[in-house]
Design a protein around this ligand. Structure first.
Ligand SMILES: Cc1cc2nc3c(=O)[nH]c(=O)nc-3n(C[C@H](O)[C@H](O)[C@H](O)COP(=O)(O)O)c2cc1C
Length: 352
């Protein structure tokens, strides 16, 4: 018998917005919750930074009530530091759960054995988990890759060790650290882990469309589905996936006006949240690029959006584009803005 999720999930098969450094920040998490994500997770935060009360790190811990159910993800290879960080997060921020990152492949993290670096030493993985479990009354979960390298690839063994040490749910991105983002996520490993564990397994990796989310759930028997890059510029992917899983009416991809409205909604939330308006606008350019991907004449549009220095400019650029479309100037171009799901950026990721 599978144990239940240790936090409220809204649905029997919950949909998760994955932790993503520089992307799954408070405004985007709120947006995805509104569009059907059941559970969100913060980007990974350094246990050392939290423990030292580093202001930049602590600022990333703030979230609003409408983001719940939310997990705070921490990383580090020092059990005592991880325990201190978990205790502080529990006392001050009170999320629904604490998630431990054992998946991050980037050099600066793994060289100190953080993230997927821990996967080289499953004894260390267990020490970290036990220390965190002791330090908080909140449920503790973790996110793993399939192993450090092909030779050490064994997600079931890793998952069993994590379960034994006390995690209450586990997300698997079935690639090894060595693979970074190359090759494909091996969904059959999600199926094997789901079979082997008593705790819920959250499947993750290479979901580009709502149909992929549905397929992962059907093929692997995972308890939940987690989407990272597939949410770029299309937060409605969650509502679309929900409809497929529940077998209710299909949710169409919004037409261009509505896409722009969602982007502006997102921009407004960023403005409310960020203290530095220019910095926030520059940071937001990547999201703008994602929102317009696949639209007719999107290369021009993207070029203009990639030069914005303020949110006020965005509205004007969108209005110009819609006016040109209204005059029929985009009619010659192929459009996939109608009801297909735009291809998200799946390559060229920098961080985990
Ligand atoms: C820009 C970016 C940042 C990421 N940051 C994190 C992170 O902070 N913590 C984490 O556990 N995984 C992180 N990941 C990994 C994702 O959560 C996910 O496991 C991976 O992208 C595979 O899922 P996908 O194919 O749906 O993108 C990151 C991925 C990307 C693309």
């Amino acid at each position: 018998m599978m144990r239940p999720f240790p936090y409220p999930t809204g649905h029997a098969v919950p949909l998760f917005l994955a932790p993503m450094a520089g992307v799954s920040e408070s405004p985007f998490r709120r947006l995805c919750r509104r569009h059907g994500a059941d559970v969100v997770v913060t980007e990974f935060l350094s246990a050392e930074g939290i423990r030292r009360e580093d202001q930049a790190t602590l600022s990333k811990l703030h979230f609003s009530a409408d983001e719940r159910t939310i997990g705070v993800q921490i990383f580090g290879a020092e059990p005592a530091a991880m325990a201190d960080a978990a205790a502080l997060v529990t006392d001050v921020f009170q999320p629904e759960f604490i998630d431990i990152n054992f998946g991050c492949p980037v050099k600066k993290v793994v060289k100190r054995n953080g993230g997927s670096g821990c996967l080289k030493d499953l004894g260390l993985v267990q020490d970290v988990i036990r220390a965190v479990v002791r330090a908080t009354h909140l449920p503790v979960t973790c996110k793993i890759r399939s192993g450090w390298s092909e030779e050490m690839r064994d997600p079931v063994a890793i998952g069993l060790r994590c379960q034994d040490a006390g995690v209450r749910a586990i997300a698997l991105h079935p690639r090894t650290r060595s693979q970074m983002y190359t090759g494909s996520a091996r969904w059959e490993e999600i199926a094997a882990l789901s079979q082997a564990l008593e705790i819920p397994v959250i499947g993750n990796g290479d979901i580009k469309t709502a149909a992929d989310a549905y397929r992962m759930w059907r093929q692997t028997g995972c308890a939940a589905v987690m989407i990272a890059r597939g949410s770029y510029g299309q937060p409605w992917i969650f509502a679309q996936a929900r409809a497929l899983i529940e077998g209710t009416m299909r949710v169409p991809t919004p037409p261009v006006e509505e896409r722009f409205a969602v982007a502006l909604d997102h921009a407004r939330m960023v403005q409310e949240y960020e203290v530095d308006p220019v910095g926030a606008a520059l940071e937001f350019r990547k999201h703008l690029g994602w929102y317009v991907r696949g639209l007719p004449h999107s290369a021009d549009l993207r070029k203009r959006l990639h030069q914005v220095n303020s949110f006020a400019e965005v509205e004007g650029i969108f209005a110009d584009y819609l006016a040109a479309a209204g005059r029929g100037e985009h009619a010659d171009a192929h459009s996939d803005a109608g009801d297909t799901v735009a291809e998200p950026a799946i390559a060229g990721v920098g961080d985990e």
